[in-house]
Design a protein around this ligand. Sequence first.
Ligand code: ADP
Ligand code: MG
Length: 245
Amino acid sequence: MTKQILKVEHLDKAYQNQSVLHDINFSINKGEVITLLGPSGSGKSTLIRTLNGLENYQAGKIFFEGQEVVPTEKNWQKLRQKIGMVFQSYDLFPNLTVLDNILLGPTKVQKRNKEELLPEVVDLLKRVDLEEYQNVYPRQLSGGQKQRTAIVRALMLHPEFMLFDEVTASLDPEMVRGVLDIIKNLANQNDMTMIIVTHEMNFAKQIADRVLFLQDGSILEDTNGQDFFDHPQTDRAQKFLKSMD
Ligand code: ADP
Ligand code: MG
């Protein structure tokens, strides 16, 4: 049985008077990996942020595991324990070490204790090659290392669903691969459900079960990954892929 993680119905979102997302409809099943593609300004970040309760919306419904989300801050706070998100900017706390950045959520939000958490942190840090950096502050890390720390921090909450918004966009080219490899491993090993916004087309091609192609706030295509990259249906998507070559 496939389990539906998220469903979005007729979602409309505006900033002040500017309409940014129009009638968004899609769903994602457990273990599925969607890449959300589209030109700059098409609404990708806004959509991702809306799915995590970081933006309000004017119309439509969001269902998480079959249940309609009543969009109060309290409900979203609870849901964010199941929905991990990593952004383009690393947003680590500069005054906390790598270890304390990672432990903050599970100890404060989930009230788990540090000793119980340590073996898991160490294991995750090993997996992203950061074992030696536990007691280092963010300013002493490269961009790639910061981003890997942010991923570990999100994973510590055991999310069922991960959102990645251009996590490699501000990295030096030589750092990109390491971060993308970690996301690929997650997708393969853990049966993790993910929506990934990326400009790395080769990576998108390798990882996407499905592609949502967004243009001017509307989903123009919702197709399986292979079909999208082999023969995009709309002129807009064809042009977009050409421009990314
Ligand atoms: P993308 O991530 O695809 O580049 P965004 O979701 O960032 O697109 O932006 C979609 C549109 O919404 C753009 O026109 C952008 O200018 C606008 N927008 C984004 N964030 C805000 C905001 N906080 N306030 C007002 N307008 C915004
Ligand atoms: Mg964006």
